[in-house]
Ligand binder design. Structure first.
Ligand code: SF4
Length: 344
């Protein structure tokens, strides 16, 4: 555990002596600080600086901004990207002008109700302006805190963020504005994503990743696996005895399970007819569509009925009477299809 007073003392002493000059650090005006936090989301300090100066020169007050047209406001954001940020900010400032008499709410539970204000912006602005005891946890702080604690939890998870916020709470009971800014400054100038400057770091003596030699393994951030969606045609083919054509899978997924013949929906009808030696009337409306969600993919299945005169088929195909259904292993998605058609 990091000792609160000793850590804060080392961090804040360094911050007070070394913090970079920034125009928004020379004011306690909540409108300016709020603007700077909105601009700094996903954008580097050096890029923001000229935009911030031009913006406050053109829209120096809440009133000036709230009375301006969106097009005019957007021009002063051109090149910063993520335009929904400025649209939300503009809307929120108009609300402050009309509903709060032009004064930015000073309580976190009021401020967070404004458009575009999330937990991070709320904590940052409310701590910097009013010293409300809220930890401001963004990507920088997640990285720094996971290294300081040698914590290998995935920082992409909400649960990790929540744990870090709880751990940081005792550190923001006083001087929260300076503490939050100092953590951000440490992340931006020392504890950088690549090649952190550990040998010059003011809190190195508290850092468990440094002590354990694990700095370059942290933070752990797992990429979200993008789910694949595949569209299938599922053919529910019966013969003149009313038996149903099924086949056994020989694939990694659901290997050995039985299924109704299914094909990716862009497979040509001739290929399907050749394979099954059946006549498929593609004009037929699907009897229904259904979806099956695996952890890594989704099957969208269009179920079509078809008939054939053929009786002899070869493995992996076979005919199955309705009574045999329970004796064969079917995946949940296939059982759902069978039950729906047969109203089981
Ligand atoms: S010692 Fe290195 S890893 Fe630890 S907080 Fe400082 S810069 Fe980050």
């Amino acid at each position: 555990m990091i000792e609160v007073n000793a850590f804060k003392n080392d961090l804040l002493t360094w911050f007070h002596e070394n913090q970079r000059q920034m125009p928004w650090r020379e004011t306690k005006d909540p409108y300016y600080i709020w603007l700077s936090e909105v601009m700094l989301q996903q954008t580097q300090v050096n890029t923001v600086r000229p935009y911030y100066n031009a913006f406050i020169e053109r829209f120096p007050t809440i009133q000036a901004l709230s009375e301006s047209q969106e097009d005019d406001v957007l021009k002063y954001w051109e090149g910063l990207g993520y335009y929904s940020r400025v649209r939300n900010f503009h809307e929120a400032v108009k609300e402050v002008h009309h509903n709060y008499n032009g004064a930015v709410p000073s309580q976190p539970d009021e401020f967070i109700k404004l458009k575009g204000v999330g937990p991070y912006t709320n904590a940052a602005v409310m701590s910097i302006v009013h010293n409300h005891p809220l930890p401001a946890v963004d990507g920088n702080v997640l990285r720094v805190w996971s290294r300081l604690n040698n914590n290998h939890s995935d920082i992409a998870l909400q649960s990790t963020k929540k744990t870090f916020e709880e751990e940081l709470q005792p550190f923001v009971e006083s001087e929260s504005g300076d503490f939050n800014q100092a953590m951000m400054e440490l992340g931006a100038t020392m504890c950088t994503p690549k090649k952190p400057l550990c040998l010059m770091c003011p809190v190195q003596s508290h850092c468990q990743a440094f002590e354990n030699g694990t700095v370059d393994q942290l933070p752990v951030k797992k990429k979200k696996v993008k789910k694949k969606t595949i569209d299938y045609l599922v053919l529910y083919i019966t013969n003149r005895n009313g038996d149903i054509l099924v086949r056994q899978r020989d694939t990694k997924l659901l290997n050995g399970m039985w299924e109704f013949p299914m094909f990716e929906s862009d497979t040509s009808i001739h290929t399907i007819e050749d394979e099954l030696d059946a006549v498929i009337d593609m004009q037929t409306e699907p009897i229904f569509t259904t979806k099956h969600i695996f952890t890594h993919m989704t099957w969208n299945m269009k179920v079509i009925r078809a008939y054939t005169q053929k009786s002899d088929v070869e493995y992996p195909y076979r005919w199955m009477s309705k009574n045999e259904k329970e004796a064969l292993s079917f995946s949940t998605s296939m059982s759902k299809i069978f039950n729906k058609i047969n109203e089981v």
